[in-house]
Design a protein around this ligand. Structure first.
Ligand code: DGL
Length: 271
């Protein structure tokens, strides 16, 4: 067991998607060990109620605490949108969600004060991005839309060609964008479709991916709490899943951009 600066960063998501966030964390904080939990037995979270996602999120956090983590990153946008207050209230360590860092990055990026956000039905219905964007810049005009089909497309690897193109046009065409100059990719899976999305919204719209902004926020939190690991040492990468690991390892390699070393199946104590 390791404590303080030597402990690992815990990261959870509903499944593989959060590996896009883990990737950003590993790039920004290469000395830190990580324990990633994908709740692959219960994915997707994006179409479930806030109450259920909160229960699953608390169970994920409890499982990660057994690994003596020093901070928890909620990589899942849906869980960040609905479960952050409950997680913060119950955990003895800092909890970092992806919504506020993403909203702040969008507020910085926009030049005309018009921002759009896309995410799962749960994320968009929660109003969490809309509230975080309003808090970051009160006069901002915010457009929001759920784009649920982007999740299975990214998992199937259908990230280019006619099918994702049509889906993206359907979601992002028409009046939805209404002159925005910034679009927040408010879901773990959407960075894989960034090229298609950029093609549909046009080169003048800046795409904001919360992963990098979340990694920066984690750097700040570790520094403030004096939890940053200072010296080099063996960096550990653990992957935990709640369903059998085969599909996670296969699809996850695409999300992480490198092969995964292996994953251990665990049981969650979901109340
Ligand atoms: N990880 C989820 C999110 O970022 C997308 C997948 C799901 O619906 O569980 O909202």
């Amino acid at each position: 067991m390791r404590h303080g600066r030597h402990a690992a960063i815990g990261v959870f998501d509903s499944g593989v998607g959060g590996l896009t966030v883990l990737k950003a964390l590993m790039e920004r904080l290469p000395l830190e060990s990580t324990v990633y939990l994908g709740d692959t037995a219960r994915v997707p979270y994006g179409t479930k109620s806030g109450e259920v996602v909160t229960r699953y999120s608390l169970a994920n956090a409890q499982a990660l605490l057994e690994y003596d983590i020093k901070a928890l990153v909620v990589a899942c946008n849906t869980a960040s949108a609905v479960a952050l207050p409950a997680l913060e209230a119950q955990l003895p360590i800092p909890v970092i969600g992806v919504i506020v860092p993403g909203a702040q990055a969008a507020a910085k990026a926009t030049r005309n004060g018009k921002v759009a956000v896309i995410g799962t039905p749960g994320t968009i219905a929660s109003g969490a991005y809309q509230a975080a964007l309003a808090a970051a810049a009160p006069s901002m005009e915010v457009h929001a839309r759920a784009c649920p089909l982007f999740v299975p497309l990214a998992e199937e690897g259908w990230t280019e060609g006619a099918v994702p193109q049509l889906v993206a046009e359907k979601y992002l065409g028409g009046d939805f964008l209404g002159g925005v100059d910034t679009l927040v990719l408010g879901c773990t899976h959407y960075p894989l479709l960034a090229q298609i999305i950029q093609g549909v919204v046009g080169p003048k719209v800046t795409l904001v991916d919360s992963a990098k902004a979340t990694a920066e926020r984690l750097v700040e939190v570790l520094r403030e709490r004096e939890l940053t690991r200072l010296e080099r040492g063996a960096v550990e990468r653990h992957y935990l899943v709640t369903d059998t690991p085969a599909r996670f390892l296969e699809v996850g390699a695409r999300f992480l951009g490198r092969p995964l070393s292996g994953a251990r199946q665990i049981d969650l104590h979901v109340k």
